[in-house]
Design a binder for this molecule. Structure first.
Ligand code: IPD
Length: 273
């Protein structure tokens, strides 16, 4: 029902903003850092605390829904809806105090826990450094507003770029944490970099997807991203008129491409040639 979708979108915004404020404002002077799969795959004490906060806020309002989170939240609900959350997307930026990290919160239908098909129906990406939140619900468009809504300042509608030439495209990408994966990704770049205007490695897949939705990059391509990196940004791109392919797998070696309709296939072929 439309009212239910609106309520889910509002809750996505509220919890993403609250967790975003928490990681920005409560950052301890000394961040406890541990590594996960490899030395490059870091997790801070704030990733864990942000996920706990999200989990508490969501389950208090939606006790029958499931939750899947980057730091281990894995609750199978009974409602058919699952919250897919990344408590800090861009953890390495957060660690180095580079202001490009996000909290990504989405509600999905289907099976995001395994390799099954799923899709987002509402989502929000909070950008605490810029004090903004980007959000969408299925059929409702993609929007950006201030973290604290300002009276008289309506949300801004997002639209993907109309660029269709690879040579004039600014492309965002990212790299996995595994050395073998990185070796493959750098091979692909030897072909991609000469063919495009330039490349950005912003360091947060959720913010890359938001940039595609805004048209502030023309496309985003990365292989092996996880459901929590993708879920909210995927819907925001689609609701901004863009296309996402290679989506929806978890976890994946799959190549995900997000762009305007004219650019998505050229970018995909460039990466897979
Ligand atoms: C990572 C970031 C990065 C992307 C990696 C992700 P994390 O997420 O989104 O930009 O290249 O693939 O794993 O670990 O900071 O939540």
């Amino acid at each position: 029902a439309p009212e239910e979708l609106e309520a889910l979108e509002r809750l996505c915004i509220a919890v993403a903003v609250e967790a975003g404020r928490f990681i920005r404002d409560e950052r301890p002077a000394r961040l406890g850092v541990t590594t996960k799969s490899t030395d490059t795959d870091v997790v801070t004490v704030m990733d864990r605390r942000s996920e706990e906060l999200l989990r508490g806020l969501i389950l208090a309002e939606r006790p029958d829904d499931g939750i899947l989170g980057e730091e281990g939240a894995d609750v199978v609900g009974t409602s058919g809806l699952t919250w897919v959350v990344d408590p800090i997307d861009g953890t390495v930026n957060y660690l180095y105090e580079i202001p490009a990290y996000a909290v990504s919160v989405a509600v999905v239908v289907g099976d995001a826990h395994t390799e099954g098909a799923w899709r987002p129906v509402a989502g929000a990406v909070a950008d605490p450094s810029l004090r903004l939140v980007h959000h969408a619900r299925a059929g409702g468009g993609a929007w950006t507003r201030a973290e604290a809504p300002v009276e008289g300042a309506p949300p801004e509608r997002l639209t993907v770029s109309a660029e269709d030439r690879l040579g004039r495209s600014l492309l965002a990408t990212g790299f996995g944490y595994d050395a073998e994966v990185r070796a493959r990704q750098s091979q692909v770049l030897t072909r991609v970099l000469p063919a495009v205007r330039d490349i950005r490695r912003i360091g947060s897949a959720a913010l890359d997807l938001v940039r595609v939705a805004q048209g502030s990059v023309d496309a985003y391509a990365e292989s092996g991203i996880n459901a929590w990196d993708l879920a909210a940004g995927w819907l925001i791109v689609e609701e901004a008129g863009g296309v996402v392919t290679g989506e929806g797998r978890h976890p994946g070696k799959v190549l995900t491409v997000a762009a305007g309709p004219a650019l998505v296939e050229p970018v995909r072929s460039l990466f897979t040639a």
